[in-house]
Design a protein around this ligand. Structure first.
Ligand SMILES: [Zn+2]
Length: 253
């Protein structure tokens, strides 16, 4: 298990939106402290051509006009790309990034997202001829509409947003879907933690994230190749965010 992270992600000044809780100062400190036992690998920013695999020229240019945001968001996309590369080499990985990406569509974004990190990583692997199919599991409280949009024209890319009103239902729905999930070349996880009992979703416990990670790991093992990576999306209850991410990683590794 490898963690993909860059110190730049600790900076909060990339967002000028005071309601952007993904950009809260110190948000990733607790996560990286909890993950200190894992080897960390530094990403490089995504190349412009990698952004253009999912986003329009006009949209990328509009982000470029905000240089601090562009630098940070390109690095987040680059981290997801590195996580995908590691997965292809048989190393499960978790990219601890911001801004998140699952609400970033081809020509717009909302929900504190900028570039579609997970989808861009998969599109790059596809265009390089390394994978022909993929399964994205989004465990965030919110539907990853951007990921769905970016992968719309790739029929062999399947996206599942898990759901449920409570912990037991949420895990049962995910488990059932994974038992019937397709045979694919790689598993990607949009790992949001705002489903936490004290966060927006008010459902899951710290132990539930281990269970979810383990269900995803078991699916990757059933696939045979075990290729899997996860990328941070939401998660705003900072006192427990680190232990929840660690719990997920322990199940997923
Ligand atoms: Zn969310």
């Amino acid at each position: 298990m490898r963690v993909v992270f860059h110190q730049t992600f600790h900076e909060s000044d990339y967002s000028d939106d005071k309601y952007d809780n993904a950009a809260d100062p110190g948000r990733l400190v607790g996560i990286m402290d909890a993950l200190r036992g894992y080897e960390v690998q530094e990403p490089a920013p995504a190349a412009r051509q990698d952004l253009l695999r999912g986003h329009s020229e006009v949209y990328v240019a509009s982000v470029e006009r905000k240089p601090v945001l562009f630098g940070m968001a390109s690095l987040a996309a680059g981290a997801a790309i590195l996580a995908g590369d590691l997965a292809m080499r048989g190393v499960p990985s978790f990219a601890c990034v911001r801004p998140p990406g699952h609400h970033a569509s081809r020509s717009s974004a909302w929900g504190h997202c900028t570039f579609g990190n997970v989808a861009l990583a998969l599109l790059r692997l596809r265009d390089a001829g390394l994978v022909r199919s993929a399964f994205v599991v989004d465990i965030d409280q919110h539907t990853g509409d951007g990921t769905i949009d970016l992968l719309r024209s790739w029929p062999e890319a399947h996206v599942f947003n898990t759901y449920g009103d409570n912990s037991a239902e949420y895990i049962r729905v995910l488990g059932d879907r994974l038992m019937q999930a397709p045979q694919v070349d790689i598993l990607a996880v949009s790992a949001g933690f705002d489903t936490y009992i004290h966060d927006l979703g008010r459902k899951l416990t710290t132990d539930d994230y281990f269970t979810i990670g383990r269900l995803l790991q078991a699916y990757a093992i059933r696939l045979g190749h075990q290729r899997r990576f996860a990328v941070l999306e939401g998660g705003y209850y900072l006192p427990d965010l680190g232990r929840n991410v660690l719990s997920f990683c322990r199940g997923f590794e």
